[in-house]
Design a protein around this ligand. Structure first.
Ligand SMILES: [Fe+2]
Ligand SMILES: [Fe+2]
Length: 215
């Protein structure tokens, strides 16, 4: 199979008119200027990380532009929309509606932008909490959100170091996911915030994966 036909398959379910610039224009009026800078940074890091790890840079950047489209919504609004979608919410999600901004952005990606590419929809949905057995595209978007330039260096440096920790791999996404989960858990504990059970499950999943792998 040629590289072109593989790219075509990967990008199935993305409307032709949905260019990166169109996604950027979609995101801009939905968020504050500060948040838009973050989104811009995530889109750029996602593109770079995708290039480093053999993922499609277009899909990664597109997810970056869309991922925080609902980040300015009120918690109540996110909970209401998630319930309307038929999502089963646990108590932590009901009390911390902001945790739902990924799945709700994924819904908007379908409804407003006509996206039907499941890998892209999942990457947007999973960017906050991750998921056990997430795809490499999803890891790229999750990590880009952690590594965007405005994040503090004591958070980003260990993740960048983990990405480079296995010379055999272009980018060690799994080790970087483990470090990102550990740092997130540490920060949630230090700031007395609730921990979603998924964050623990995802952390344990990557710990096991990194410990058990041969490479
Ligand atoms: Fe987010
Ligand atoms: Fe973000």
């Amino acid at each position: 199979m040629t590289k072109n036909s593989l790219t075509k398959i990967k990008r199935k379910g993305i409307p032709e008119e949905l260019t990166l610039d169109a996604a950027r224009r979609w995101a801009k009026p939905r968020v504050t200027e500060k948040r838009f800078k973050h989104i811009e940074g995530v889109a750029a890091v996602a593109k770079d990380l995708a290039e480093r790890s053999g993922e499609d840079p277009f899909l990664a950047e597109l997810a970056g532009w869309i991922h925080d489209g609902c980040k300015e919504w009120k918690d109540k609004e996110l909970v209401k929309t998630a319930l309307e979608l038929g999502m089963q919410l646990n108590d932590v999600e009901k009390e911390n509606g902001h945790l739902l901004h990924g799945p709700v952005a994924a819904l908007l990606a379908k409804r407003e932008l006509g996206i039907r590419n499941q890998e892209l929809i999942d990457a947007i949905s999973e960017h906050t909490l991750g998921k056990v057995e997430m795809t490499d595209l999803s890891k790229v978007v999750y990590l880009a959100d952690c590594l965007e330039a405005s994040r503090p260096a004591d958070f980003t440096d260990p993740i960048w170091a983990a990405l480079d920790s296995h010379p055999e791999l272009l980018a060690d996404l799994d080790s970087a996911m483990l470090v990102a989960c550990d740092l997130t858990l540490d920060s949630l504990i230090k700031s007395s915030r609730m921990i979603h059970i998924k964050t623990v499950d995802v952390r344990n999943y990557f710990l096991r994966l990194v410990k058990e792998r041969i490479v």
